[in-house]
Design a protein. Structure first.
Lengths: 186, 531
């Protein structure tokens, strides 16, 4: 054992204080990043990759059809109207698909929203690629204004065959107060 | 009082309030911890009485739902951080130096400080009740975003309180570890230490490891609330589930922090009244260490329903079930200690046997809860409430009560009233079971916890529960009376051992224990190893 002080009590105290400080730091520098990495890698919580996917030419698998369901939810207290233009799409793996979500700000003042995606089943996360998504950015809307929020996605050809339906859910949050602050958005 | 056998530089306690404010004496500080924890036990108990009064009948009778939430939150916080934890720290202060033959704790001034920051903190926590928006109401587990986005302004005071409580616990633990590692009398090797010292040493390591994690969690809450970060806010890229992982990474070791010293107490008392050495001392030490290790890898069994991958659920399920093995070793060792012993049933022994029976029931319901697929039914129901009260109250509080009856005559040189003690036990035992046993049934039938109202079919069991709670609460007044009557006017005892079966260094000093003990280290009799 390394002795940090000639006095054994001081030695014990220095070591234990170091442990306590290290555990405090552990929460911030290990637990939080590790949790985020694990969620990304394993697709836990249906979190999708925050970056746009660069399409690779792989051809369309016309032999399969996958049902994509869209769900739009407003977080508590969010006054916007928010809904998918169509709730169900049937797509072929490998094909590029476009859809839009409809949003309207009924309030008199301008607001900023952030949509947070979640995919179910979570196993499908790594096979669902978004080449363009309104969720990549915060969405400002003037009072009374409406917008069509675009989404472009590709379902991977390697999607496990037992997955026939993927549900993509967006929850929209009011981030007007946070807007402009440098926050990591997905 | 005072140890007169050498020198005039030794003296008894100072006079007046200064004795308590500036004391560095482990016995004084232990006494203050014990009284503070009893005051908090009464305060937390009052909150429980309000909860049970509201739940006496279905419908909203006495309090508003928001206030009910504040009661459940404060009841949990005050009982865990105010009653149980400080009571065992007080016991550690009183007993560890006397059990290992040390003159005092290793860091007496820090000891004073770690106590004296507590009373103002609890005063501040209780004062949140009178603040605008009321006290914290997110439950003692204060899950984000309920405790961040949706919390009242008092959450900032709450966060400060948790920081200070953590600081106090860490200082207390460092003190205990430094004392046990450096101040043992010559010949008092680790494997000769009484089990109470062993369980506290391991508990102190748990505290040093996880209290900073709790501090980290509330620091993140503070930053989310006031400084615009988004650790737990989905809108800003954070995740509320992250809070639960961090909280329970602290929270599961925390439940062993509460119960391990209780195991230590029971391991001292059962041999004394069985007049046999503790069965399987070595296995007790290893079992305690195993439980401490396992406590770090089972936290997510508190959150099976958040949507974990199946592999995660299976891992946490099996790891949790594994804890039953060392815990079972302990229970069997206690039973084996009693086997063919010359048993007698004084009050401390009654509380220990009550502990043994009821804690085992709590352990079994814990095993039921560990089964991930069935936990989805039990989760957040009264079954969980029943489970953790069987381990917290019949576990920690019963053993603490046993400890007070067992060592109080040694501390103050007066014997408590045995009839009153036994009456206290039986009223407690009946009141406790009447309160919490029916909660298993309403929980399995689907009654959710932390709800001020309930469906009509739960009415009878809830009324039984409430009556039991009032009985249990009232029995603590009898306890308080018995303790005060003992200190003031109990029958004097002068026998060093007090109990004929008691073994250990603390029973080798005069009764009542002098203000200063073991200023010269005692000789360790090898025959009395780890008694």
């Amino acid at each position: 054992m390394i002795r940090l002080s000639a006095n054994p009590t001081t030695d014990t105290v220095i070591k234990l204080v170091t442990v306590a400080v290290a555990m405090f730091a552990f929460v911030f520098v290990v637990m939080v990043p590790l949790y985020n990495v694990l969620c990304d890698v394993l697709g836990i919580n249906g979190k999708t990759d925050g970056q746009a996917y660069t399409a690779v030419q792989a051809g369309v698998d016309e032999s399969r059809t996958v049902t994509i369901q869209f769900v739009a939810t407003k977080n508590d207290g969010m006054p916007w109207e928010f809904s998918p233009s169509s709730t169900v799409m049937k797509v072929h793996p490998g094909a590029v698909n476009d859809t839009v979500f409809l949003a309207r700000n009924p309030m008199p003042s301008a607001m900023v929203a952030q949509a947070i995606p979640s995919i179910s089943p979570s196993r499908a996360v790594e096979y669902f690629h978004k080449t363009e998504c309104f969720c990549f950015n915060q969405q400002p809307l003037d009072g009374g204004a409406a917008a069509e929020l675009p989404l472009q996605f590709i379902v991977d050809r390697d999607l496990p065959r037992d997955i026939g339906t993927i549900t993509l859910s967006y929850t929209i949050f009011d981030v007007t107060e946070m807007a402009g602050a440098a926050v990591a958005v997905r | 009082m005072g140890d007169h056998h050498h020198g005039d530089h030794h003296h008894g306690p100072a006079k007046g309030i200064g004795r308590w404010l500036f004391t560095t004496n482990h016995k004084d500080i232990g006494t203050m911890y014990l009284w503070l924890s009893f005051a908090m036990f009464i305060l937390g108990g009052t909150f429980a009485m309000i909860i049970r009064a509201e739940l006496f009948q279905p419908g909203l009778q006495l309090v508003e739902p928001q206030f009910f939430n504040q009661m459940t939150t404060l009841h949990g916080l005050v009982m865990v951080f105010g009653a149980i934890m400080p009571s065992f720290v007080g016991l550690a202060n009183w007993l560890i130096p006397m059990m290992i033959g040390a003159p005092d704790m290793a860091l007496p001034r820090m000891n004073n400080w770690s106590f004296w920051i507590l009373p103002p903190t609890f005063l501040l926590l209780a004062s949140t009740l009178f603040m605008e928006g009321g006290a914290p109401a997110a439950g003692w587990t204060f899950y984000a975003p309920l405790s961040t986005t949706y919390a009242g302004p008092s959450v900032t005071y709450f966060i400060f309180c948790v920081h200070v409580l953590g600081l106090s616990s860490i200082m207390g633990s460092i003190n205990i570890i430094a004392t046990v590692m450096n101040m043992r009398a010559p010949g008092m090797t680790y494997m000769k230490m009484p089990l109470f010292v062993w369980t506290w040493l391991i508990t102190a390591f748990l505290l040093v490891a996880v209290m900073p994690v709790l501090a980290g969690a509330v620091t993140m809450m503070l930053m989310d609330v006031h400084f615009g970060t988004s650790f737990f806010s989905a809108a800003g890229g954070g995740d509320p589930v992250l809070f639960q992982h961090i909280f329970w990474f602290f929270g599961h070791p925390e439940v062993y922090i509460i119960i391990l010293p209780a195991f230590g107490v029971v391991s001292q008392i059962i041999p004394a009244f069985s007049r046999k050495p503790l069965f399987g001392y070595d296995s007790m030490v290893y079992a305690t260490a195993s439980i401490a290790f396992l406590s770090f890898i089972v936290w997510a069994h508190h959150m099976y329903t958040v949507g974990m991958p199946v592999a995660g659920e299976l891992f946490f399920m099996y790891a949790t079930m594994l804890i039953a093995v060392p815990t079972g070793v302990k229970v069997f060792n206690w039973v084996s200690t009693m086997w063919r012993g010359a048993l007698s049933f004084e009050t401390p022994m009654l509380f220990c046997i009550g502990f043994l029976v009821l804690f085992t029931i709590g352990g079994f319901t814990g095993l039921m809860l560990s089964i991930a697929p069935s936990d989805f039914q039990y989760h957040d129901s009264y079954f969980v409430v029943a489970h953790f009260h069987y381990v917290m109250v019949a576990g920690a509080v019963f053993s603490m009560t046993a400890a007070i009856y067992f060592w109080l005559p040694k501390w103050c040189g007066r014997m408590y009233n045995e009839t009153m003690g036994k009456t206290h036990f039986w009223i407690s035992f009946i009141g406790f079971n009447l309160t919490f046993f029916p909660q298993h049934f309403v929980g399995l039938a689907g009654m959710p916890r932390r709800i001020p109202d309930y469906a009509l079919q739960f009415a009878d069991f809830n009324m039984m529960s409430s009556i039991g709670a009032f009985i249990y609460g009232a029995s603590q007044i009898l306890f308080l009376y018995n303790v005060i009557a003992t200190i003031v006017a109990g029958k004097p005892v002068s026998d060093k051992k007090v109990w004929d079966g008691a073994e250990g260094l603390e029973w080798t000093v005069a009764t009542p224990a002098p203000y200063h003990t073991f200023e010269t280290p005692p000789k360790i009799d090898p025959a009395h190893a780890h008694s």
